[in-house]
Design a protein around this ligand. Sequence first.
Ligand code: FES
Length: 167
Amino acid sequence: MVRPVEVAPPSDDKRWRIINATMRRYGYKPHALIETLHAVQEAFGFLDDASLSFVAQRLNVPMSKAYGVATFYHFFSLKPPARHNCVICLGTACYIKGSDQMLKSLGEAYGIEEGEITPDSEFALLSARCVGGCGQAPVAVVDGEVVSGLTPDNVVAMVREKINHAS
Ligand code: FES
């Protein structure tokens, strides 16, 4: 077994015990990198500088490699997730009913582009190709729930109402 590099976790958050357990299971070997980053992502929702640095040191891999892996795979996120998100469907059935205009209205209201998160991490605006609700097109998925009856004019109010209701 490789002798682990002694380095303190970024905080005394108990979730670091889970991360440590993952690395221990792999004998703190460098090949545990992806599995460990998965554990961090699952526990914290994203990978930040401190967590990447901790994992890299503990597994004795260069920081550049940890960054390389974290940025290569799309399932890793380097940013904290937004508190709320809205996925506008741009599939054919929704698109022909103006969903691209809905995306534009929301982008203007929140001051972000598709794929971005507001600076306060409150709201993420995303798009998808058919979310399986073509019969109710145009639709959006707000915080995991399908919302129909949308138009470019009412979409901002409808999404805000849904979000406020969930808060
Ligand atoms: S195209 Fe939008 S739900 Fe199918």
